[in-house]
Design a protein around this ligand. Structure first.
Ligand code: PHE
Length: 466
């Protein structure tokens, strides 16, 4: 329960917490970023290393984050401060959460750009369904290059990109401004089950009609020689991105969890659900792509370009395409809501503001960065904000936001979280919160203290220097 007199809200039940946290984790990261990263980083080697990262790094860090949040019952930096205070440690550790809050804000700004593309594809498929009706595949009579050209066509239209981006952000702001139980929880409780249903349908469809065995071989054949430092950093970054880690989001959601929620068990459910959905997304997308004879390694274009071409060959293609993008929209919204919540919670607590005011201020900042990210596909494509760093030399504004957060902020935030929970915080306090015992508890502790920080530091250095 929240302390008397605080304006702190709680989830209405344990399942609401699980749905909201799974909603935060499952999103564009699973449906768009995971297949794209897997395809660009050679398939099997990336996927297996990714699973390894989720189990040995992601899951322990996830538990550490929700645990800090639940103990603190406040915004992420304030929660870290409380754990530090109760452990007689320096409150300066709160910087790890402040960095996270800032990273969540950066991610929010480009996440809503991609959310805008999803809205565009919903409109395209709805229009197509309206024109051609239910017979045959999507985009009848249109050349595949035409369908592939939809995305570059959108990229070339700066004002449409900005409009869609701001539209998606506005919906996110609306729900966050309403608060934890009537806004964020509402989205999760209604949209996540709908998402699962739609998703199951598409996966079964892909398994029966697409080239399923080739996709399985592609995703699960481990070729050790392909596991370079860069692939490893990409896999860790993806694991963090997908589990919403290292950016204070899970700390923020943990703060709304009640005392009787078993955090160890809940973290396992969240990580399990998120990973299962990423793998299923791969198993839904790649069979369709292979069956259509398309390439797996086109990166970000995979979901937006290759898949719509594949929908052309399918019976009921426009309807299935429409379903697919509506589903992605739901998943993206439950994630963008959590991205906005982390900085908003910090802001209204710190400056004693009303929630809607804080939401609008953070939203305005994300809109400004989002406009720049939208325009980095057209008007300001040649602007490389971190051009002086070799890793980001050729990277535009949008990709810089993505790269810096997934490859720097998230791993660094996670390393600090592990050191804080594993070495600095009072063991008794941590043990009261984590809900683990026996060998699970010992394993978790060893992972947080030794394995995660060391592995992350090594991967970070190798990935950045290779
Ligand atoms: N995990 C979300 C996704 O996969 C993105 C996200 C990252 C959300 C960080 C919150 C915090 O789409």
């Amino acid at each position: 329960m929240a302390a008397a007199g605080s304006r702190h809200e709680n989830w209405s039940s344990r399942s609401a917490f699980i749905l909201a946290a799974v909603g935060s984790a499952v999103g564009l990261g699973n449906m768009w970023r995971f297949p794209a990263e897997a395809g660009e980083n050679g398939g099997g080697a990336f996927v297996l290393f990714y699973i390894f990262c989720v189990l040995l790094i992601g899951l322990p860090v996830l538990l550490s984050e929700v645990l800090i949040g639940r103990h603190g019952q406040a915004s992420a930096p304030e929660s870290v401060r409380k754990v530090a205070r109760d452990s007689h440690a320096s409150e300066g550790w709160s910087v790890l959460a402040s960095l996270g809050v800032f990273a969540a804000f950066l991610i929010l700004s480009f996440y809503c750009v991609v959310g805008g593309w999803v809205v565009y594809y919903i409109a395209v498929f709805a229009g197509d369904l309206f024109q051609t009706g239910l017979t045959g595949g999507a985009f009848q009579g249109r050349d595949p290059s035409d369908i592939e050209g939809l995305l570059p066509g959108l990229f070339g239209n700066g004002s449409l990109m900005v409009g869609l981006n701001l539209g998606f952000l506005a919906v996110t702001i609306f729900f966050v401004a309403r608060g934890v139980s009537s806004g964020i929880e509402w989205v999760a409780v209604y949209l996540m089950p709908l998402f699962f249903l739609l998703f199951l349908g598409i996966t079964i469809y892909g398994a029966f009609t697409g080239n399923f065995s080739e996709a399985v071989a592609y995703l699960f054949t481990f070729d050790f020689s392909k596991l370079t430092g860069e692939v490893m950093l990409a896999a860790v970054g993806q694991a963090f991105f997908s589990l919403s880690l290292g950016v204070a989001g899970m700390m923020t959601y943990g703060a709304y969890a009640s005392r009787d929620t078993n955090l160890g068990e809940t973290s396992g459910i969240i990580a399990g659900a998120d990973t299962a959905i990423a793998l299923l997304a791969g198993l839904a997308i790649f069979p369709i792509v292979f069956a259509a004879g398309l390439s797996a390694s086109v990166g970000p274009g995979l979901m937006f370009q290759s898949l719509p071409i594949a929908f052309q060959a399918m019976p009921l293609g426009s309807l299935i395409g429409l379903f697919f993008f509506v589903m992605v929209f739901f998943a993206a919204l439950t994630s963008s809501v959590s991205l906005l919540e982390a900085p908003t919670a910090w802001m209204f607590e710190k400056f004693q503001m009303k929630r809607p005011t804080a939401t609008l201020i953070v939203g305005f900042g994300a809109a400004v960065l989002g406009v720049l990210a939208s325009l980095s596909f057209n008007e300001i494509a040649d602007f490389h904000p971190l051009g002086f760093i070799p890793l980001f030399a050729e990277t535009n504004f949008f990709d810089t936001l993505d790269g810096v957060t997934a490859k720097l902020f998230m791993p660094i935030g996670a390393i600090l979280t592990c050191i804080f929970v594993g070495w600095v915080a009072d063991v008794r306090l941590i043990d009261q919160e984590n809900g683990l015992d026996g060998w699970l508890h010992m394993t978790w502790r060893a992972l947080v203290r030794f394995v995660c920080p060391v592995a992350l530091a090594v991967i970070l250095v190798v990935g950045l220097t290779s």
